[in-house]
Each structure stands twice: as structure tokens, then as C-alpha cells.
Design a protein around this ligand. Structure first.
Ligand SMILES: *Cc1c(COP(=O)(O)O)cnc(C)c1O
Length: 230
């Protein structure tokens, strides 16, 4: 199957999942995760209508951006080291993976230098897995509050990556919990903070995530095929 055909399938599945949950499919945006994929795959996906691409690694993103001529939109979705923020400043329109204040401060500093504001999501490690990034669920509110005071950064919502399960139903409670957490934070009425975006769901479980309220699903393998490495 071609990338275009796979994209078409994913869109049908997104639509079905949204309608099943009584949501408008237009509320859900697809982030095509292009890590490890050549620029030609990004261009092919763009020609098939895909606009947003997610990358995990700073160096890979920097190499790929100049090779893609089409006006795509880049999101950063991977673990981000503060000393690399400068290299992606102004290049990406949303960072999904802000999990600590020091990182947020550096993002604000670097975007500020450009006279721009960076949209971010706060990544929450709902399951508390030692191997995954993300603030604790208990620490999320405090982190959002602290970030909200930074001048060149805006919190738009939350992101999570549940533990890996073969059964997508097993991931559902984590998606539900992220939605609950976003609602709790919204209730705090922190000035300048939005909780509209919920980035959750990947190739194996995006339908469950959409049923639980995802507004951004991050799908790689189901669009581009299996990766050779991670
Ligand atoms: C790789 C990756 C994805 C995409 O995973 P697939 O299973 O290939 O869809 C989504 N989110 C993050 C943070 C990733 O690192």
C-alpha cells in the first residue's frame, strides 16, 4: 500500500472513531510521525494532504527540514534536552513534550530571542513508568502554573504516552485519566492557559484515544510502515 492509501485509511478510522464517540472528526488532527523516515516520505504524505509531521530527534529534524520543500508544519514530540532547544527554535509550531520547568524556561528564552511565542503541551507520565518522560500526574498542575508565567510560551494542553499494550483497550484508562486531568486544570482557571489540546494515541490505539477525547493523534507506523530502528 502507498503512503497516500494508508493515510486515507487512517482518516476513515479517525472519522469512524470520532463519530462513534459523538465527536466531530474535525476536532481531531493527525500528526504523521516521520522519525527515521526520509524527506521523500514526508513530501509524499504532504502531496496526499498531510500537513503536520512529528519528529523526535533534534538532529534528524534539522537534517530533514531543509530537504522538504513543501510547506509542512513540524511538531516536536520526543524527549528534549534543554541545550538543544536553540536548534529547533522557530522551526516547530508545537512541542508536545514539555515535562519540566527548566525546559520550558529555555523554550521561552529561545523563542523570545526570535520575538515569537511557542505553543507547548505538558507531557504527563500517567503510569509513572521510570523509562518514560513526563511530569507526574500530581506535579502537572504546579508545572502548568509555573510555565504559565513565562513570557514566550503558551500552554495549549496535555500529552501522554501510556505503557505499551498489545490490546488498545488496556491504554484507554490512561487516555481517560489525561482528559480528567485536563478538566481539573481547566477548572483552576490559570490565566493564559488552555487545555483544548490532548495529544494521545498512536498507531496501535488512536481510536480508543479519540473516543476518550484526543485532539491530536501521533501516528507513525500505520502511515509509513515499520521502522528499522526507533
Ligand atoms: C514514535 C512515536 C509515535 C508513533 O508511534 P507509532 O506506533 O509508530 O504510531 C508517537 N508518539 C511518540 C512520542 C513517538 O515517539
Amino acid at each position: 500500500m502507498t503512503i497516500a492509501q494508508r493515510l486515507q485509511q487512517i482518516h476513515s478510522r479517525i472519522e469512524a472513531a470520532a463519530l462513534q464517540a459523538g465527536r466531530s472528526p474535525a476536532e481531531v488532527r493527525l500528526v504523521a510521525v516521520s522519525k527515521t523516515r526520509p524527506a521523500a516520505d514526508v513530501s509524499a504524505a504532504f502531496r496526499a494532504g498531510q500537513v503536520i509531521f512529528g519528529e523526535n530527534y533534534v538532529q534528524e529534524l534539522n537534517t530533514k527540514v531543509p530537504l522538504v520543500q513543501e510547506p509542512v508544519e513540524w511538531h516536536f514530540i520526543g524527549h528534549l534536552q534543554s541545550n538543544k532547544v536553540r536548534q529547533i527554535a522557530g522551526l516547530v509550531t508545537l512541542i508536545h513534550s514539555v515535562d519540566r520547568l527548566s525546559l520550558a524556561e529555555e523554550i521561552s528564552r529561545q523563542w523570545g530571542r526570535l520575538g515569537k511565542v511557542c505553543d507547548v503541551l505538558v507531557q504527563v507520565n500517567i503510569a509513572g513508568e521510570a523509562t518514560k518522560s513526563g511530569t507526574t500526574e500530581e506535579g502537572a498542575l504546579e508545572l502548568v502554573r509555573a510555565i504559565s508565567l513565562l513570557p514566550s510560551l503558551t500552554v495549549k494542553g496535555l500529552m501522554t504516552m501510556p505503557p505499551f499494550f498489545d490490546d488498545p483497550e488496556a491504554a484507554r484508562p490512561y487516555f481517560r485519566e489525561l482528559k480528567r486531568l485536563a478538566g481539573m486544570i481547566t477548572g483552576e482557571g490559570i490565566p493564559g492557559v488552555g487545555m483544548k489540546e490532548l495529544s494521545m494515541g498512536m498507531s496501535g490505539d488512536f481510536e480508543a484515544a479519540i473516543q476518550e477525547g484526543a485532539t491530536l493523534v501521533r501516528v507513525g507506523t500505520a502511515i509509513f510502515g515499520e521502522r528499522q530502528y526507533n
